[in-house]
Ligand binder design. Structure first.
Ligand SMILES: Cc1cc2nc3c(=O)[nH]c(=O)nc-3n(C[C@H](O)[C@H](O)[C@H](O)COP(=O)(O)O)c2cc1C
Ligand code: SF4
Length: 330
């Protein structure tokens, strides 16, 4: 069985290991009208020197309205000026032998009263942002369909509420895949961040549909809840989201990323060796210490994150206690 340091091929591209830096907004850095400031670009450049197989950017919003709707400054990819900063991050990843995926997200409040034309316009914005990502030279694009973001609400039967062709929200994702494939190089990796609803039948159906549409990677997370995640053993040592990843892995043949609370390379290695995931993602460990992997090299149980009740990076990363400790020890 492969382990966390076993390379993986996806779409003819080699991931040097199965460590994924998961998408995470970094509030506290500079963003202006979606443009990433020097500080956040340098943060990614530091992260890239860290032996990460796959780097996924924080969610890049696809419209100026969305940048405002988030309520805090966020980066975007909705105008030509956004290409250069993203290209610098891509170049930093490539210089260090990492693969870079840009995550596209949108978090404006969805209403079932949105017209079919509204959704067609949304689709056009996704495709324009995808085109800009391709111009920046990304290895892949991840569509964010989890965490109660707009697309998650369109996908969930509980919140969709429509009677047009998008009453099955998957039709929107299907059109997205077709549109992106039409403008992207053949070897572009398409990843889907899936928000499990914890009704396993529905989650399995969605995972299979995602594979059938032509996605190359399934990144499993949490979404609008519709069930109660039955069957998780009381002594299960990880999280419901990693359990979901290991369950869905049985139903798809594309590589599956497990995330949430994996915390250490040892724990990730175990998930992969046991056949429960193909890759393991870490977010807070990298927020707490950008050198998480380098420092873990000699101690696979290295834990830089304090697991605060509310992660400071949602409001002001400079208050992250893990980061303060990391600075002290380096
Ligand atoms: C501050 C913060 C921002 C996040 N932003 C995103 C995001 O933009 N897109 C996304 O898919 N997940 C986002 N996440 C979720 C992470 O990718 C990850 O799934 C979650 O933090 C659990 O993994 P961890 O236990 O390794 O931190 C965010 C998490 C945190 C803490
Ligand atoms: S130490 Fe606290 S603020 Fe820092 S990444 Fe961990 S949970 Fe977030």
């Amino acid at each position: 069985m492969p382990g966390i340091f076993t390379p993986l091929q996806i779409k003819g591209k080699t991931l040097k290991n199965r460590i994924v830096m998961g998408a995470a907004e970094r509030v506290g850095f500079t963003y202006e009208d979606g443009l990433m400031g020097e500080d956040v670009i340098q943060e990614y450049e530091t992260l890239a020197q860290n032996n990460i197989g796959l780097m996924i950017t924080q969610s890049l919003v696809i419209s100026p309205e969305d940048a405002v709707a988030c309520g805090f400054p966020v980066p975007g990819i909705y105008k030509p000026g956004h290409v250069t900063p993203l290209k610098r991050i891509v170049d930093a990843a490539h210089k260090n032998g990492s693969i870079l995926i840009a995550q596209l997200g949108i978090a404006i409040r969805y209403s079932p009263r949105w017209s079919t034309k509204d959704l067609e316009d949304l689709l056009a914005r996704y495709l324009y942002s995808a085109k800009l990502c391709v111009e920046a030279g990304v290895d892949g694009i991840e569509i964010h369909g989890a965490h109660n973001v707009t697309l998650n609400h369109i996908l969930s039967q509980r919140t969709n509420g429509r009677h047009d062709r998008y009453s099955d929200g998957l039709n929107l994702v299907r059109e997205m895949v077709t549109g992106i494939r039409n403008i992207a190089p053949e070897n572009l990796i398409l990843s889907f961040r899936m928000g499990c609803c914890f009704d396993w039948d529905k989650d399995i159906r969605m995972a299979k549909a995602i594979e059938e549409m032509g996605f190359d990677l399934l990144n499993v997370s949490v979404g609008v809840q519709e069930g109660y995640a039955p069957g998780i053993p009381a002594d299960y040592e990880y999280t419901p989201m990693t359990y979901a990843a290991s369950l869905l892995k049985k139903y798809v043949s594309i590589p599956v990323i497990a995330a949430w609370g994996i915390e250490t390379l040892n724990r990730g290695d175990r998930l992969i060796r046991n056949g429960n995931a193909d890759l393991t993602a870490y977010a807070k460990p990298f927020l707490a210490d950008p050198e998480f992997v380098l420092k873990s090299k000699n101690n696979m149980d290295y834990k830089p994150c304090f697991g605060c009740r509310s992660c400071q990076w949602y409001s002001d990363g400079s208050r992250c206690p893990g980061r303060k400790r990391a600075h002290k020890t380096t």
